[in-house]
Design a protein around this ligand. Structure first.
Ligand code: DX5
Ligand code: ZN
Length: 225
């Protein structure tokens, strides 16, 4: 189980200190939401900010590209220290080349799917990816309520992974708190992005540990030992 605090919910005046705060927890990933004001109706931050936080977080930087032209940003994010980059399946015909490009840069390959998009859209790419990001809110803003109708997509992604003998991670993102993380874990998710529900706590370490306990227990019902 991987817990990925999202920097979008951190104090924007103190990015490096907030990344360092996440580093002092057991969180394996720091999730970085990149928005271009075109693919989504908001703008967040870019490669310069990621470069600035890179020294503060010693583990995996998970870059989620909610942008219309990710190809122009791959090199800058690699230079900035990204470990993996995720693009959206809604980019259609461009997706295949984008996934190959990320792979050729030696980074982990992620593919995201928005709530209104059918999960079958990702099926052709499953053998090419390391991570499938199932959005559980419409991307663009933190702090939105979890969309429960997305849960069957997690179950489908887990069923395909087993059937096709693949090992991509199943990541959920949007409205994730202890309760919704548990619901997603029981459906087969193994990677949990949480912004508001984690960064709102003074004691981020305790919040990460609490979420981890909940998803560990929920996943044991899926894979009893
Ligand atoms: C939404 C972003 C999320 C966001 C989640 O557009 O992709 O990663 O940070 O924020 P919360 O956890 O507050 O819903
Ligand atoms: Zn995200």
């Amino acid at each position: 189980m991987i817990i990925a605090p999202s920097l979008l919910a951190a104090d924007f005046g103190r990015f490096a200190q907030e990344a360092a705060r996440a580093d002092r927890t057991s969180a394996e990933y720091l999730h970085l939401d990149i928005m271009d004001g075109h693919f989504v109706p908001n703008i967040s931050f870019g490669p310069a900010v990621v470069k600035a936080v890179r020294p503060a977080f010693t583990r995996y930087l998970d870059v989620h590209l909610m942008v219309s032209k990710p190809e122009i940003l791959f090199d800058p994010f690699v230079q900035a220290g990204a470990d993996g980059m995720t693009v959206h399946v809604e980019l259609g015909n461009a997706v295949n080349a984008l996934l190959w490009k990320i792979r050729s840069l030696g980074k982990r390959v992620g593919l995201a799917v928005n709530p209104p998009t059918n999960i079958t859209a990702v099926k052709p790419y499953l053998s090419q990816i390391d991570l499938l990001l199932i959005m559980t809110v419409n991307p663009g803003f933190g702090g939105q309520p979890f969309i429960h109708e997305c849960v069957p997509k997690i179950q489908q992604a887990a069923a395909w992974r087993k059937e096709l003998q693949l090992n991509y991670r199943i990541e959920v993102d949007g409205g994730i708190n202890d309760d919704t993380a548990e619901e997603c874990a029981a459906a087969g998710a193994d990677t949990f992005v949480a912004g508001t529900s984690l960064f709102q706590h003074r004691n981020l370490t305790a919040a990460v540990n609490r979420m981890r306990r909940r998803v560990d227990v929920a996943s044991q019902s899926l894979f009893p030992t």
